[in-house]
Write a protein that binds this ligand. Structure first.
Ligand code: ATP
Ligand code: MEV
Ligand code: MG
Length: 338
């Protein structure tokens, strides 16, 4: 039995624009998905994922005792729920050159699903790592990250960047632009997360931005402007001392860029009333800056605040279900049991 765990992430800036080759800077956070993989004697895959729940289904039964009910769960729902685990198993089989390998897989996670904290990437990264190790074919981290990207790319119908999967694999803060992925030195930033209890569909939201961008030059310019602000942010991080606490002036400048980034994401149509409400609550509480994180549509915002004020304000904000401080996860995917 092999157990691996991989972290979720917040975007300091650059989500969505990163899909079109602009740079982005995500940072891994100490919320993890844990995947257990146990090889089987046959080629079946059995998945236990207790965090996945279906909204509703129909059961049909003839009444005879001992007969199995026919449970009607719409195929797209099952596919949506299972897609990432399935794609991770496929990548592991291919990497280990074991097309018929079967597994018992268990997924547990403290990353909310579809909320912008990279739950899909964490599940895919930990899943591929656990399954390849269970087959005795561990991958180096670059190859693991690349395969995890391919899995997300496939499930999201070609609408994915390498940012989430690379960040979850490596841990810490990273910079991703196209296929250029590098860990970067960044000071330990005081991230506070607000979660509205909801979710957004990453594939759909990315497709929406893609359409807008194709239709209007000003939308394409907006995507480019996000890239410009990320380049400004990167330069600030490069000058900062990664070993000591961030200077107030750095936090103020990063915060300003985060505020700007949220405005541009909202212009691209990926914010939501609940996300805007949490962003404003954070700013009113004195956060250096606040923005939605990840695909948007619902889910989480991230703010910068070294004091408790933002977390407290968010916990009293209507529409915010949970507020918490997110510590930087300096270690990416790791083995819990060999
Ligand atoms: N604990 C889990 N168990 C099984 N599958 C999971 C789990 N967590 C996430 N997933 C898979 O990931 C999907 C959510 O991925 P999606 O990309 O939409 O959101 P996200 O990764 O949380 O947010 P974002 O991509 O915006 O950062 C779920 O529908 C499910 O298929
Ligand atoms: C919206 C997006 O940029 C981030 C989702 O966490 C999509 C991606 O990069 O794959
Ligand atoms: Mg995702």
């Amino acid at each position: 039995m092999t157990v691996c765990e991989a972290p979720g992430k917040v975007y300091l800036f650059g989500e969505h624009a990163v899909v079109y080759g602009e740079p982005a800077v995500p940072a891994a956070i100490e919320r993890r998905a844990t995947v257990t993989a146990e090889p089987r004697d046959d080629d079946h895959v059995r998945v236990e994922a207790e965090d996945l729940s279906l909204d509703g289904f129909t059961v049909e039964y003839a009444g005879g005792r001992g007969e199995r009910p026919d449970i009607d769960v719409p195929t797209p729902l099952v596919e949506a729920a299972m897609g990432y685990v399935d794609a991770a198993v496929e990548q592991a089989r291919e990497a280990a050159d074991a097309p018929d390998a079967g597994f018992d897989i268990t997924v547990q996670s403290d990353i909310p699903l579809g909320a912008g904290l990279g739950s899909s990437a964490a599940v895919v990264v930990a899943g591929i790592d656990a399954a390849t190790r269970a087959l005795g074919e561990p991958l180096d981290r670059r190859e693991l990250a690349e395969r995890a990207y391919r899995a997300e790319f496939e499930v999201q119908d070609g609408q994915a960047s390498r940012a989430d999967t690379f960040c979850s694999t490596m841990g810490g803060a990273v910079r991703v632009a196209g296929d250029d992925c590098e860990p970067i030195d960044a000071p330990n930033l005081p991230f506070v997360v607000g979660f509205d209890g909801g979710a957004g569909d990453t594939g759909e939201l990315v497709a929406g931005v893609r359409e807008l961008r194709a239709e209007h030059e000003f939308a394409a310019d907006t995507v480019e402007s996000i890239g410009d602000l990320v380049r400004t942010g990167e330069a600030l991080l490069a000058e900062a001392d990664a070993e000591s606490d961030p200077e107030p002036a750095l936090l103020a400048e990063l915060g300003e860029l985060m505020d700007f980034n949220h405005g541009l994401l909202a212009a691209l149509g990926v914010s939501a009333r609940s996300l805007d409400a949490m962003v404003w609550a954070a700013r009113d509480a004195g956060a250096h800056g606040a923005k939605l994180t990840g695909a948007g549509g619902g889910g989480c915002i991230v703010a910068l605040d070294e004091s408790d004020a933002t977390e407290t304000a968010l916990s009293f904000t209507q529409g915010c279900e949970e507020a918490f401080r997110a510590e930087l996860a300096t270690e990416g995917v790791r083995v819990v049991e060999p």
